[in-house]
Ligand binder design. Sequence first.
Ligand SMILES: *[C@@H]1O[C@H](CO)[C@@H](O)[C@H](O)[C@H]1NC(C)=O
Ligand SMILES: *[C@@H]1O[C@H](CO)[C@@H](O)[C@H](O)[C@H]1NC(C)=O
Ligand SMILES: *[C@@H]1O[C@H](CO)[C@@H](O)[C@H](O)[C@H]1NC(C)=O
Ligand SMILES: *[C@@H]1O[C@H](CO)[C@@H](O)[C@H](O)[C@H]1NC(C)=O
Ligand SMILES: *[C@@H]1O[C@H](CO)[C@@H](O)[C@H](O)[C@H]1NC(C)=O
Length: 512
Amino acid sequence: MRTLVLLLFFSIFVNTINGSQFTITEATIDDIHRAFNGNQLSSRQLVDLYLDQIAALNPQLRSVLEVNPDARNQAEEADREREEAAAKDQNCRSLGELHGIPILLKDSIGTKDKLNTTCGSYALLGSTVARDAGVVQRLRRAGAVILGKASLNEWYGLRSLAIPDGWCARGGQAVNPYLKSGGTCGSSSGSAISVAANMVSVSLGTETDGSIICPADQNSVVGIKPTVGLTSRSGVIPISPRQDTIGPICRTVTDAVYVLDAIVGFDPRDNEATKAASVFIPPGGYRQFLNENGLKGKRLGVVREPFLDSYNGTSAIPAFKHHLNVLRQRGATIVDNLEIANIDVILDRTQSGELIALLAEFKISLNDYLKELSNSRVKSLADIIAFNLNNPVIEKLKEYSQDEFIASENTSGIGEQEIEAIEMMANLSKYGFEKLMKDNNLDAMLTIGSNASTVLAIGGYPAITVPAGYESNGMPFGISFGGLKGSEPKLIEISYAFEQATRERRPPTFLE
Ligand SMILES: *[C@@H]1O[C@H](CO)[C@@H](O)[C@H](O)[C@H]1NC(C)=O
Ligand SMILES: *[C@@H]1O[C@H](CO)[C@@H](O)[C@H](O)[C@H]1NC(C)=O
Ligand SMILES: *[C@@H]1O[C@H](CO)[C@@H](O)[C@H](O)[C@H]1NC(C)=O
Ligand SMILES: *[C@@H]1O[C@H](CO)[C@@H](O)[C@H](O)[C@H]1NC(C)=O
Ligand SMILES: *[C@@H]1O[C@H](CO)[C@@H](O)[C@H](O)[C@H]1NC(C)=O
């Protein structure tokens, strides 16, 4: 028989010097800074609370692959810096929002420290990256504490279509904290689960197609998938420079925006894309768009088909209806029942050309990435395929195969077929999503769940997903807002105002 067990609350408080208690359950970055500035909490204490929570929950959830042996030292350093800053200004305004804040990184985001960067695979264990990823350099400069590495779908699920969501050889099967049988989605599963279960303040994920939006949706957290190029991909294990993007997964829109502000910007190591997208970054950053009245005057296009179908008969349908009314009450105009041209082609990765392009792009970009590693037993995709053949038990080769790897290895650069596929996707975007947005003069496209991710992925467009409720079995669902390139300011206004009006997220309870 199944019993419902609440989160273990005994380990998640600190008794502070002045007698008040700080709890990490649902603590936001603003809550934490208030506690820091009120001397109720140190960064070191905060790290200890999260490490205790990880120790308690990770045996069940398997969402954290490694904790950083230097996290406590980094936190103590942040505490010293805060003490110095406080001598000049009690509220430490000179320190950024992420100063002293623990962050978990998806295991494909390179760190040059004691942590491994492996995409969940044993093949890269023990190898050393040349330098921190571009986004990690920015996080360290902002004073964030690197708490550890999060689990993911091994190799983003690109090893084979049989790789289960949330599974990697090093971490095993990660679990949805709301519904054990519910599925975690992927590939940034560990990042989403860990913030959902209050094992860390904030996290980073990566997305090529759905990998931020989908696990955020299914684990009841906020995911921001930035416009491709807004955040640097340098030092991150790649799939496709055309589609890859790095973004925050957090419990609130505000926290996610603070992280976004810290990681966006030009990086000479991802020169072309970050230069092109840097024109989108507003002076003063993104936090100015955390506006409770952000829905006023916005035009939101609702695309129901085929995204609503899989929710037929569930409580997500009445919830969706209710949310549309809330959006209207807050001043948005809902343009309902819109359709995206060729949506069936877009959602079919073979027909759309996406799979053809990704398989060729992956081989090229992964081989480039691997060249820069030292102490690595694998230097190419071919080496990884051989590694898996030589380590079939730990890599579960029989169960999950490596068919997509083999198909990718079989490609030879961007040829005629790939160029055609890439043009096909550009055309699908132009006459599909872009046309929908422009014809209807929309600020955002609104869909339930995350199945619209492919529409946005193939064009490099941004999206934000926000928790929107729970089905009767406890399974979370979200609503995602997608927009044209560089429309993050509007998407933030919309998603923040929606979140403030609905406040659907709650921390998980576990089914044991
Ligand atoms: C990284 O992997 C090596 C094994 O090669 C292991 O000894 C080490 O503890 C790992 N690092 C962390 C922080 O877990
Ligand atoms: C879901 O419901 C809609 C209308 O209520 C219907 O058109 C559609 O076929 C249904 N889809 C599935 C998968 O049952
Ligand atoms: C390898 O590519 C060739 C054409 O380039 C194709 O005919 C063959 O089926 C591919 N093999 C695999 C295993 O994908
Ligand atoms: C692009 O899409 C439009 C509309 O669907 C179609 O008419 C046109 O033939 C397509 N062009 C190419 C090159 O695929
Ligand atoms: C859409 O998402 C749901 C739940 O995440 C899934 O069960 C369903 O298969 C998806 N449908 C399509 C058409 O991709």
